[in-house]
Design a protein around this ligand. Structure first.
Ligand code: NDP
Length: 392
């Protein structure tokens, strides 16, 4: 039995709270905390079980530590923004509780996706006998577990990994992002990068694309090469991988809007003086765009995220695609959220469950693929993200 503190009452926080509440045998008490406590209250009111709520500025580790002590949390699930990761890890170290997140730390002034800051906490978590589980969303998260499962059961060696993320949903807006707009746009507008033969090769943003035919009626879609954080940990933990890439679908309208916004400077992350004050354009843009948490009611269609793997089994070449398909409207019916929040929030709950039940044990900072994938894969099927394997 575990007392879980969930930080961040956004789209993902809503799903994590609903899903933790569905598993009272593991999470016997739940507290949802965020900067704006009214958002926590709305989510709590949707759930039959009592959910405690609290106002919290998680940039301040002393506030988080005080709340952890007051609520007597055993475990923190951080689904605020990547900017808060280190401050929340500091609070977990101070109070001696386990930590789970879904996105790697990013400094506010530099759109840089890498694990070095969080991996640097390994020895401190190890000394305290605590576990920090990094990247327990879908990608990173389930994609790491998929790779570990394929490595364990289907392949002797994996040579090539392509993570493919498709959102074939339509939210009815001219332009909106499916998760936090600031984090999303920072991720997409950075230079592309992939791994080949021990080296990282950079590409111009969104300059490489191909068409991939998605299963279950989604059909062919254009996918674009991006850099994504799980590539860093996966090539570290599976050194046999010779090539690793990440691909995502984007519609033409989305890309046209993004290009215009970039061209006029609206995606800049540096302060711009305006009428005697400093404005960060991407933060202002976030204020104009639809709140991703509000898209659930109008989004229709499916997502498909999976790992396309090439390698060998019993000395013979083998290729497989392991994936999940998720339906936006079904997610909304269950937890009032669209599938991007759902596919992130469910694995965050399952990762927390692995830690809370001691199914995954370890002292230090760990990525998902470092643990036995089997119990996590079993829970995906039970808690709303069933997976399928196609041998190609
Ligand atoms: P939202 O912007 O919808 O929600 C973030 C929430 O965090 C907001 O409610 C905000 O509170 C809260 N917050 C921000 N700063 C603070 C702070 N200093 N203290 C306390 N609370 C704070 O984002 P999403 O729910 O879409 O995404 C949440 C996380 O999930 C992000 O880190 C994102 O990168 C990650 N993610 C991971 C994915 C994966 O597959 N691994 C996929 C999608 C998202 P308030 O509203 O009160 O300001």
């Amino acid at each position: 039995m575990s007392r879980v503190l969930i930080i961040g009452a956004g789209g993902v926080g809503r799903v994590v709270t609903h899903k933790c509440a569905q598993v009272p045998e593991v999470f016997d008490a739940i507290c949802l905390a965020s900067r704006t406590v009214s958002k926590c209250k709305v989510i709590a009111s949707e759930i039959k079980r009592p959910i405690e709520v609290a106002a919290l500025d998680a940039d301040d580790p002393s506030q988080t530590a005080a709340l952890i002590r007051k609520f007597k949390a055993d475990l923190v699930i951080n689904v605020a923004l990547p900017y808060q990761d280190l401050a929340i890890m500091d609070a977990c170290l101070e109070t001696g509780v386990a930590y789970v997140d879904t996105a790697n730390y990013e400094p506010r002034d530099e759109a840089k996706f890498c694990y070095k800051w969080q991996w640097a906490y390994h020895d401190r978590f190890k000394e305290k006998g605590l576990l920090a589980l990094l990247g327990s969303g879908f990608d990173p998260g389930v994609t790491n577990v998929f790779t570990a499962w394929l490595h364990k059961h289907e392949f002797d060696t994996i040579h090539q990994l392509d993570i493919i993320d498709c959102n074939a949903g339509d939210h009815g807006h001219a332009f909106a992002t499916n998760f936090n707009p600031e984090i999303n746009i920072r991720e997409i507008t950075q230079r592309g990068k992939f791994y080949e033969n021990g080296e990282w090769i950079e590409t111009e943003p969104l300059s490489e694309s191909q068409v991939w035919d998605f299963p279950e009626g989604i059909g062919p879609k254009k996918i674009y090469l991006l850099y994504h954080e799980e590539l860093e940990s996966l090539v570290k933990h599976f050194p046999g991988i010779r090539k690793a890439r990440f691909w995502m679908t984007f519609g033409d309208s989305y890309l046209t809007h993004l290009k215009v916004l970039q061209n006029v400077g609206m995606t800049r992350i540096d302060p711009v003086p305006y009428k005697g004050t400093d404005i960060i354009p991407i933060e202002f843009l976030k204020a104009l765009l639809p709140d991703p948490a509000s898209l659930g009611a109008t989004t229709k269609g499916k997502t498909c995220i999976g790992c396309l793997v090439e390698g060998t089994k019993d000395g013979k070449p083998k290729k497989a695609f392991l994936y999940n398909v998720c339906d936006h409207e079904a997610c909304y019916r269950e937890v009032n959220a669209q599938a991007i929040s759902y596919t992130t929030g469910v694995p965050a709950m399952i990762g927390a469950m692995m830690v809370a039940t001691g199914t995954w044990k370890g002292d230090g900072v760990f990525n998902m693929e470092q643990f036995d994938p089997d119990p996590f894969m079993e829970k995906l099927n039970i808690h709303g993200l069933p997976w399928k394997l196609t041998i190609l």
